[in-house]
Design a protein around this ligand. Structure first.
Ligand code: FMN
Length: 234
């Protein structure tokens, strides 16, 4: 039987960073558990972040007005997306779990990872007007954000200076991952590793190792069910 696959989409520039250590823990634990682990190291790949005309091979449907979403949907249907996108889509297809490992940038993912989302999660491949949220294309797959912050946990409490971290994560976890159907696992948050003494960083990585060992038994987050919303736009 083929091994189950985990894809780690990874965005950090530096060898020796905390994010790299967190990535390596995940690779080791998951491989120990019999998974095949694929890493997309976005900076090392020099992954292109910008959604442009170059993502479509051949002629445009509407050369008078370039509409990225429409053009990439048609290109996906006709097998005319650029090779770097197709390669990432193949990895997504094969993975049963995707872990996004990154440092929090401006309450979000770094631009290179946002570009991965913008370009790889194309209409038709990752969602359609009929298939979204609980009925989404990737409903049999899981996804998870694993990230480090500069801020402390208290700053991201509901009454903290940054507000509730769950509000910060809503666009990524609900608007992107759950929208595409993924079962979203609770985020793994490494609070301010740069401001912690080494033993605390080590303890954070030990906690991550322990969590990964039990990951397959975790229940995904729940989001507001579609029934609560006006679906008349359909
Ligand atoms: N930390 C936060 O807590 N919230 C932010 O919104 C945030 N935005 C950042 C934006 C940029 C462009 C940079 C460079 C850093 C930002 N940080 C923010 C701090 C990083 O998240 C922090 O330095 C990183 O998680 C540390 O991990 P590392 O040691 O692996 O690099």
């Amino acid at each position: 039987a083929q091994k189950k696959t985990v894809l780690i989409v990874y965005a950090h520039q530096s060898l020796g960073s905390f994010n790299q250590a967190a990535r390596d823990v995940a690779v080791n634990v998951l491989e120990e558990q019999g998974y095949s682990v694929v890493v997309s190291d976005l900076y090392a790949m020099n992954f292109r972040a910008a959604a442009t005309r170059e993502d479509i091979l051949g002629d445009l449907k509407n050369p008078d007005l370039f509409q990225y979403g429409d053009e990439t949907m048609h290109a996906w249907m006709e097998g005319r997306l650029s090779e770097d996108i197709v390669e990432e889509q193949r990895k997504v297809q094969e993975a049963e779990l995707i872990i996004f490992q990154f440092p929090l940038y401006w309450f979000s993912v770094p631009a290179i990872m946002k570009g991965w989302m913008d370009r790889v999660l194309a209409q038709g491949f990752a969602f359609s007007m009929e298939k979204m949220y609980n009925n989404g294309i990737f409903k049999d797959k899981k996804a998870m954000l694993a990230f480090s912050t500069g801020a402390s946990k208290t700053m991201f409490q509901p009454d903290g200076i940054n507000g509730d971290i769950n509000v910060t994560l809503w666009p990524l976890q609900n608007g992107t991952l759950h929208f595409c159907g993924f079962q979203v696992l609770a985020p793994q948050i490494f609070w301010g590793p740069a401001h912690c003494p080494a033993p605390v960083r080590t303890a954070m990585l030990d906690g991550w190792r322990d969590r990964l060992r039990g990951l397959s038994a975790e229940r995904p987050l729940t989001f507001a069910p579609c029934e609560l919303f006006d679906l008349s736009f359909q």
